[in-house]
Write a protein that binds this ligand. Structure first.
Ligand SMILES: Nc1ncnc2c1ncn2[C@@H]1O[C@H](COP(=O)(O)OP(=O)(O)O)[C@@H](O)[C@H]1O
Ligand SMILES: [Mg+2]
Length: 156
């Protein structure tokens, strides 16, 4: 199972969610691999300063996931990919081998609109990768705000 965090926009929570998700999956007893595909390398930096032994983190900021996925994931059954921001070749390659793509979006219509391109890319990817499913995940919602309350309507 490959779960990827993707969005054309930076700063939406991809890395934060990827790390937390990998930890939760590992806690359930699965051998888990987190692939840092962002050239910025934030997940790997986190690994360097954390005492994480729960899951493995590797760096792979390359656009060859769809060609080499077995080589990259090895024996790991549960894989989380932290994608770079954008809809470039790395994100395209990731979507071609992903089972579940999670798109974190900030809690405002502007944030949702800025995810239009990645949703288009996911639709295109599905013509080649029929197992791909996508979910929008509202991130950084501040409870009790007007924006927070209106977000579900904006998503629809
Ligand atoms: N749920 C959250 N609540 C508050 N701040 C968050 C949350 N998720 C992420 N952040 C903060 O938002 C910033 C961007 O998050 P990050 O995970 O690096 O996003 P991305 O990987 O999409 O660029 C970081 O400063 C991070 O600490
Ligand atoms: Mg990141």
């Amino acid at each position: 199972m490959i779960i990827s965090l993707v969005n054309q926009k930076g700063g939406t929570g991809k890395t934060t969610i990827a790390l937390n998700l990998a930890y939760c999956i590992a806690e359930k007893g699965y051998k888990t691999l987190l692939i840092d595909a962002d050239p910025q390398g934030s997940s790997l930096q986190w690994q360097a300063i954390s005492n994480n032994n729960a899951f493995t983190v590797v760096r792979h900021p390359k656009a060859n996931f769809h060609k080499n996925i077995e080589k990259v994931t090895g024996l790991y059954k549960m894989v989380v990919i932290d994608a770079p921001p954008g809809t470039g070749s790395i994100s395209k390659s990731i979507l071609l081998c992903t089972n579940l793509a999670i798109v974190p979006v900030g809690p405002s219509p502007l944030d949702i609109w800025s995810s239009k391109d990645i949703i288009t890319l996911m639709r295109e990817s599905r013509t080649h990768n029929r197992k791909l499913r996508g979910k929008l995940l509202i991130s950084k919602k501040i409870v009790g705000t007007t924006l927070g309350r209106g977000i579900r309507g904006a998503l629809k």
